[in-house]
Every structure is written in C-alpha cells, then in structure tokens.
Design a protein around this ligand. Structure first.
Ligand SMILES: [Zn+2]
Length: 412
C-alpha cells in the first residue's frame, strides 16, 4: 500500500496523446468532427474506444443506457467503486477534445495503475457515457432520470433515442436495471476541457471545478402595436422591437452591475410582422440565465421581470415571461474537490477553483454520488468548433491530476 505522502504518479502521456491523434480521423469531415450520437461515426468512435478498454485489459460491458464500463478490481470487496470517465460523442461540426480527453485519460489512468503495479482498495470503474451532447442522455439513464417520454424524442442523428440506445448496445426496456442509486458509487471524477478561456487568460494549468451552473431559460413576449412605418409619428409608437432592444440592454447592465459570475444572454428574437415598412407589433425573445449560486438565479429572475414591467410601462408595451427550462446547479463535493486540488498541488500545477458554465455528465452523476471535475485549458477558449484544441502537455497534466486524485480518493 502506498504511503499517504508518496510521490505523485504519472500516466503514459505519449500513449494517451497517440490515442487522441488516431481518434481525430474518426468522423472528421471538411467542416469538423461529426461523431453525433448514434451516427455511423459515433459507432466507429465507440468501437475504437471499446478496443482501448480491451487492449488495457478491462473487458468492457455496456449498460442498458448504452454507457460503456470497464473495471480495475480493488482489494477490498466491501468498498464501492470510484468512477471516472466522460463521453466520446460530439456536436455537429465539433472538435476532437470535448469528451475524448476525459474518456481516454480515464482509461489511461486505470491502465497506468495496473502497469505500475498499484493495487487500489476500491474498484476503479471507467465509464464512457453515451449521447452526452444530445442532453446527457446516457448519464441521465444511469441515474434514473431518463423519462419514458424522453426516449421517443428524435436525436440529432435522425434516430429516436430508443433506437439509438439499442444501436449502441443498450436496451431502453431494461433501463431500470441499469440505475445507480445513492451509495452505489464512492465518488465520481471527470476530466474535461474548459471550453472557455479563463484558464488560458490567467495563465493557469488546472481548473478545480466548484460545480456546474444552474440554468434558466425564458421566452419573453413583448407586445406593442403594429402600425404604418410612414404615417405613425415617432412619439405615438408602441414599437415592440425597440422595447425588446431596451430590455436586452437593461438585463445586460443589471447583470454587469453586480460582482460575480452570473451570465445572461438574449440569443434569439422573433419579430412580427418582420417587415420593412411596419412598426413591429410583437417580439418573442429568449433569455438564458446561469449561475452556480441558485439564489443569484432567483434574484435575477425577479430583477428581469421587474425591468420588463418598468420598460413596458415607459413604452406602452406589455411583457409576458414564460419559463421554458430550469435546471438547478450541481455543486461539487468539498472532499472530492480537495482530492483534485491536492493532486494538482502535489504535481506543482498552478490552478484555480471555478464554475463550469457548460453542462456535463457530472451534473447527472451528482444526483447519486459526490463528484468533482478537473478542467484543462482550451486554446483561445474555443470549443464545439473544428478549431477546438488543448495542448498535448495540458492533456497529460489533466490525466496526471486525475490519476493522483484517484489515489487520494482510494486512501479514504
Ligand atoms: Zn463534453
């Protein structure tokens, strides 16, 4: 058994980056990586990944939700598994790093432990979740949050989620058998690219993720009065577009006036009648609001509604708010974050604690197990793009942190 203060271990970084380089050829098109869940390229990517499990000596199994699991046995049969992993599917026209970095690093961590003769007390389970980009489908399935209505939805590949899960080796009819309950997993850790530019800007090597932000979406309908653009004087208009623009500026100002990391975005406006010579009578706009702190999400919800009332009163228009999506923040576990932080410290990496503004499988696993995530820098803060890139040395740093965080978790 390793002493508590043993020197940090290292993965085989060249091997790990070699896998990533080979994987880049799968689903690569002129416009980027296209390994959309349940597509031919996703199946090819999963076949490649299953091969990595086998080559490492961990015969993979596929659960009812289509997730791939492989196990490094521990010495104490009474202990629950430590779970590590990520996903290998991509968005349309995406990159090669969002998902594979964490998935292949997890396989490499288990393989390095075996090769270096390190026996863990806990079993170490490596997971590659299915269909992450379609809405964390596989991880939702694994924690019992995939509703029967969800599986009839048509995924990006054109197949239903039911058919897609069957295609990758799962079985929707047996989903209940795959469900992990509270207490089934000792902890979960996921390495992922940052997908933003904070680490690069700060010149830091590792992000210790404090949690995944809560997200709230609104559809806001601004109703004015459509009238002739030539004959209606400027002081007699109820212009819904102009009002919507004022509202977009006002919520931006409101968020920026409060210190913190809240973000709010007006991303879409549907204008009616959307004609050159008619004053817009109605605009339907979307607001995307996110923060790690649920009370901030609540605060700004109230603030935005108040701004709607004020701007509506001043412009002769009305605002109606409709909440379309509401997901609570998933907070990292203090102890698991501490293992990640301690591992990064033992390796001498510069780091910071930070929220994840993007969604991840870890947010689903958080429903049943203490979790934490490790971020490595994204060059230029770019992701979900063919220009997505994480430097090979940063990939290795992240995998080394994951390896030593697993060792720390195993000591508990
Ligand atoms: Zn991802």
């Amino acid at each position: 058994m390793l002493a508590a203060r043993a020197a940090p271990l290292h993965v085989n970084g060249a091997r790990l980056n070699g896998w990533l380089a080979k994987f880049d050829a799968i689903g690569r098109t002129a416009t980027g990586i296209n390994r959309v869940a349940y597509s031919e390229a996703d199946l090819a990517g999963r076949t490649f990944t299953l091969g990595l499990f086998r080559e490492a000596g961990f015969p993979p199994r596929i659960d009812a939700a289509g997730n791939i699991f492989g196990r490094l046995e521990g010495t104490d049969r009474a202990l629950k598994p430590i779970l590590i992993g990520s996903h290998v599917d991509s968005v349309t026209d995406g990159g090669n790093f969002d998902g594979p970095v964490g998935s292949f690093s997890a396989i490499e961590v288990a393989r390095s432990l075996r090769e270096q003769g390190v026996r863990l007390r806990h079993p170490l389970d490596v997971v590659v979740w299915s269909n992450e980009e379609g809405g964390t489908v596989g991880s939702k399935g694994a924690v019992g949050l995939l509703a029967p209505a969800d599986v009839d939805k048509v995924a990006r590949s054109g197949k239903t989620i039911r058919d897609g899960i069957g295609l990758v080796g799962g079985n929707v009819a047996r989903l209940s058998e795959a469900v992990l309950e509270k207490g089934d997993i000792a902890c979960y850790m996921e390495l992922h690219i940052e997908q933003g530019g904070l680490l690069e800007k700060a010149g830091l090597q590792i992000g210790v993720v404090e949690g995944i932000v809560g997200l709230r979406w609104f559809e806001v309908t601004v109703t004015g009065f459509a009238n002739h653009a030539g004959t209606t004087p400027m002081d007699q208009r109820k212009d819904a577009m102009l009002t919507a623009a004022k509202f977009a500026v006002a919520i931006n100002d409101a968020v920026r006036s409060v210190p913190g990391r809240t973000v709010a975005t007006v991303g879409r406006m549907t204008v009616s009648p959307n004609t050159t010579n008619v004053i817009p009578g109605q605009v339907v706009l979307t607001v995307d609001l996110r923060d790690l702190d649920a009370s901030k999400v609540e605060h700004f919800t109230g603030r935005f509604e108040q701004l709607g009332r004020e701007i509506g009163a001043a412009t002769g228009t009305t605002f109606a708010f409709n909440r379309t999506v509401d997901s609570a923040p998933a907070i990292s576990d203090r102890q698991v974050m501490g293992w990640v932080d301690g591992a990064a410290a033992s390796l001498g990496f510069t780091r910071q604690r930070m929220p994840s503004g993007a969604g991840h499988d870890a947010q689903e696993v958080a429903h049943v197990a203490p979790m934490a995530m490790i971020f490595v820098p994204s060059v230029g803060g770019i992701s979900h793009s063919p220009r997505e890139f994480t430097k090979p040395e940063d990939v290795v740093h992240g995998a080394d942190v994951l390896l030593n965080a697993v060792l720390a978790a195993d000591r508990q």
